[in-house]
Design a protein. Structure first.
Lengths: 419, 160
């Protein structure tokens, strides 16, 4: 059997809640295998596999698990607060193969010694909350979760919690604050959640997709996973393709697949390609030269971007960059948590100027103001949210600056001749 | 006090916040469309504050942080129209213009009969079927203007 499809293979099971069908395809055999090993060996297998966090930051998963220390009351939290614009892979996983995530969570819990886990699902996915509760109940009934899992001494319970609607809660420290019934403010690290997390106890927070790939390591072996894709960020990855694509959707390919290869798999663009945003709203906006870029953490960093969540939004030549600037800046202004001044005020200023430009009232000097504000935000914002606005802004003003400038000039001219 | 965790010290204190993990779910349940009320009233707020032993002002602050909760009355049905990049380039503004004309309300407003509230939101995580919106708990994807009309007709007929 091909080992180059994993999540999509399980996602093709007709009834996602059918636990027997999941078992028939080898489901929970990863957990069974992991339970024959010591927790230490499980962690070293995950380290050896080279699996890195699929939520966006790309932190090595095994290293995160290994850094858990302190108190014996420990938690595993699944970050299902998917909110990155252009990203819908976690929705896809949870809708189509929830057991894969539960199995990954159980392995993580065994490795770090957690007794209780939470899945924090974004409030916009209410049907997933219900489906997960049902799949947890079925897993417990068959002994794959709950007390004395598969006859071992290991017990692990999972509970589902529904978010209240907030982009920044995707940050792990903000997510834990939210899970504890607070405003979802991100915190400065350290201390890392692996030392002081939920209720002050050591906590591992992993993304849905990261957890869904954990069983792979124990079914097919760490070296198999490590042999796929880019050596520095190996394995498979789900890419979310949207915008002007013939067949938008979730595609599973090895890390390091190029933008052009993905686009080909999705049937090409609708209309001539103008730009593509990679990695989410905080990602750069590239022109057609991006087609040759390899999509993995290391290669994307080399071209001044980031793989992020693996979102790709394709734009054809009908798209105005003035609109893209407006939508992007407004997103940041609306989703800033407001905790620190540079981000709270900076995003509002940027959104104001971008909107002025888009509504034909822009001034050329705005462009320099915007660059300055973004620079201050990079240096002075408390968390990566405020720091990351510079990337999309600078790539729009850089790569598509002429278009913005000529739009502003044209509008100014129109106003003048109308007088 | 160390300025790096200013305002957040109590979040690190397990004693003060234990068992509040169900708070957001409870807030969701009091404003569920099934109960015919889509916002959190003063009465809800004070009873939840009492239950969780949180000062009312603090709870109000928590509620206001999240976009899915509302302290102001909303319509029987809440329409959440996505206007993130993928939806914008696939026609979200056409839908916005249509709904605005049809219902006579702009972003954040409620129709006079109390049936619909229109909100603009960021990314509903279904970009492959853009443009997207949610009506209450239901995702409505890649719809035509005619389908939106039909939906509004049906919900209007059902009434409050």
């Amino acid at each position: 059997m091909s080992q180059l499809k994993f999540i999509t293979r399980y996602a093709s099971i007709e009834n996602p809640l059918d636990i027997e069908a999941y078992l028939a395809q080898g489901g929970f055999s990863g957990l069974r295998e992991a339970l024959t090993m010591s927790p230490k060996e499980v962690i070293s297998a995950v380290k050896q596999s080279g699996l890195r966090g699929r939520g966006g930051a790309g932190f090595p998963t095994g290293v995160k698990w290994e850094s858990v220390r302190g108190d014996t009351e420990r938690y595993v939290v699944c970050n299902a607060d998917e909110g990155e614009p252009g990203t819908f892979k976690d929705r896809y996983i949870l809708e189509h193969t929830p057991y894969l995530v539960l199995e990954g969570m159980a392995i993580a819990a065994y490795a770090i010694g957690a007794q209780l886990g939470y899945i924090y699902v974004r409030g916009e996915y209410p049907h997933i909350v219900t489906a997960l509760s049902n799949s947890i109940a079925l897993s417990e009934k068959l002994g794959y979760l709950g007390t004395r899992i598969l006859g071992s001494d290991f017990s692990f319970h999972v509970e589902v919690r529904k978010g209240g609607g907030s982009y920044v809660v995707g940050d792990e420290t903000a997510l834990l604050n939210s899970l504890m019934g607070n405003r979802g403010y991100p915190l400065l690290k350290p201390p890392f959640p692996t030392e002081k997390g939920l209720w002050g106890k050591p906590t591992v927070v992993n993304n849905v997709e990261t957890l869904a790939y954990v069983p792979y390591i124990f079914m097919h072996g760490a070296t198999t996973f490590a042999s796929i894709g880019h050596p520095e960020s190996p394995g498979l990855k789900l890419y979310s393709l949207s915008g002007h694509v013939a067949k938008p959707g979730v595609y599973e390919f090895p890390m390091g697949t190029t933008v052009g290869e993905l686009l080909q798999a999705a049937g090409g663009t609708r209309g001539p390609l103008k730009a593509v945003q990679i990695g989410g709203t905080a990602g750069p906006i590239y022109d057609t030269s991006a087609l040759g870029y390899a999509l993995d953490f290391a290669s994307m960093r080399k071209v001044g971007g980031a793989l992020g969540s693996g979102a790709l939004v394709f734009m054809n030549t009908s798209v105005s960059m003035v609109q893209v600037l407006d939508v992007t800046m407004r997103f940041f202004a609306e989703e800033s948590c407001g905790q620190c001044f540079p981000c709270r005020y900076g995003t509002r200023q940027l959104a104001f100027m971008a909107h002025k430009i888009a509504s034909g009232q822009g001034k050329l000097e705005y462009l320099d103001f915007m660059r300055d504000i973004a620079r201050v935000m990079v240096g002075a914002s408390l968390c990566p949210f405020g720091q990351s606005i510079a990337l999309p802004l600078e790539t729009i003003l850089g790569g598509f600056g002429d278009e913005i400038v000529s739009f502003i000039k044209q509008q100014e001219f129109l106003k003048e001749v109308a007088v | 006090m160390n300025p790096t965790n200013w305002g957040n010290t109590h979040h690190r204190n397990p004693q003060s916040s234990t068992k509040r993990d169900t708070l957001l779910s409870v807030l969701h349940s009091v404003q569920s469309p099934q109960r015919g009320k889509t916002w959190i009233t003063d009465k809800d707020l004070s009873s939840i504050a009492r239950e969780y032993k949180i000062p009312i002002a603090e709870l109000d602050g928590i509620v206001s942080f999240y976009t899915l909760f509302s302290r102001a009355p909303r319509g029987r049905h809440v329409i959440r129209l996505c206007d993130s990049l993928s939806c914008r380039i696939c026609g979200s503004l056409d839908i916005y213009r249509h709904i605005r004309k049809r219902l006579g309300i702009s972003r954040g407003m409620t129709t006079g009969d109390g049936l619909f509230t229109l909100e603009i939101v960021n990314c509903l995580g279904a970009c492959s079927t853009a443009p997207n919106m949610m009506i209450d708990d239901q995702l409505v994807s890649g719809v035509s203007l005619k389908e939106i009309d039909d939906l509004i007709d049906r919900l209007s007929k059902e009434g409050i």
